[in-house]
Design a protein around this ligand. Structure first.
Ligand SMILES: C[S@@+](CC[C@H](N)C(=O)[O-])C[C@H]1O[C@@H](n2cnc3c(N)ncnc32)[C@H](O)[C@@H]1O
Length: 216
């Protein structure tokens, strides 16, 4: 695990871009304070859960300079790569947190977030693993609380069953599904789509991609 230790240290080398929490199970007051201060100087706040190596987050930040775009990514290497690219691109409105995205309830205040993005979360599709899914009723409830009244959740997956079951959870939870497709690349929604690293992979495998936008 030498490489893993290497990235555990490297994420600390870019404090203005990468916030690296030591303890995976808790959120420090220092991290909360830094988020508050950074968010205060931007008009909007977008949060991506499981931002991977950052392609979507970087493009989002580039296209929305008035918004603070925060990526939450549990893997040190992916968080570091994102921070490295953001620095190269001179993006001062991007922050990547090496942390567990399930902690959003401790990181953000009620009605503070303009939009959540969840792109190709791990499907955990064996029956006994379903409880590990990121998009579960509890997290959706938290997201709804953190969103502004006109806020949104955008979700993409290559996994048809995860898509259908999340759409049902959203409807049951009182969300309104404003846009959806089970074939993103042939739909008109592709015009506004920002691709991700995993999306390119699934596209190359010929998999149909699903996308939805839900409003509170
Ligand atoms: C299948 S990958 C998709 C990555 C990226 N969104 C994309 O589309 O290219 C799922 C990502 O979520 C991250 N992840 C999984 N569980 C997480 C959690 N609880 N908190 C933060 N990140 C998580 C993984 O490390 C991985 O980078």
């Amino acid at each position: 695990m030498a490489w893993e230790n290497q990235y555990m240290q490297m994420v600390k080398s870019k404090p203005g871009i990468i916030l690296a929490e030591e303890d995976r199970s808790d959120v420090s007051d220092a991290a909360r304070l830094e988020l508050r201060q950074r968010a205060a100087s931007h008009k909007r706040l977008f949060v991506e859960l499981g931002s991977g190596s950052g392609l979507h987050l970087l493009t989002l930040a580039e296209q929305n300079r008035d918004a603070l775009c925060i990526g939450l990514e549990i893997r040190f290497k992916r968080a570091f790569k994102t921070g490295e690219k953001a620095e190269r691109m001179g993006l001062s409105n991007l922050l990547v947190m090496r942390s567990d995205a399930r902690q959003i309830g401790q990181l953000f205040g009620d009605g503070e977030v303009d939009g959540f993005f969840v792109n190709y979360p791990d499907p955990w599709d064996k029956r006994r693993w379903l409880k590990n899914r990121l998009l579960n009723p509890e997290l959706l409830l938290t997201m709804r609380r953190l969103l502004k009244p006109d806020g949104f959740l955008r979700y993409k997956t290559d996994h048809q069953e995860y898509f259908a079951s999340t759409a049902k959870l959203l409807a049951d939870g009182g969300w309104r599904i404003a846009k959806q497709t089970t074939d993103l690349l042939s739909s008109s929604l592709t015009d506004e789509n920002i691709p991700t690293e995993f999306e390119y992979l699934f596209k190359s495998q010929g998999k149909p991609l699903c996308m939805l936008e839900a409003l509170t």
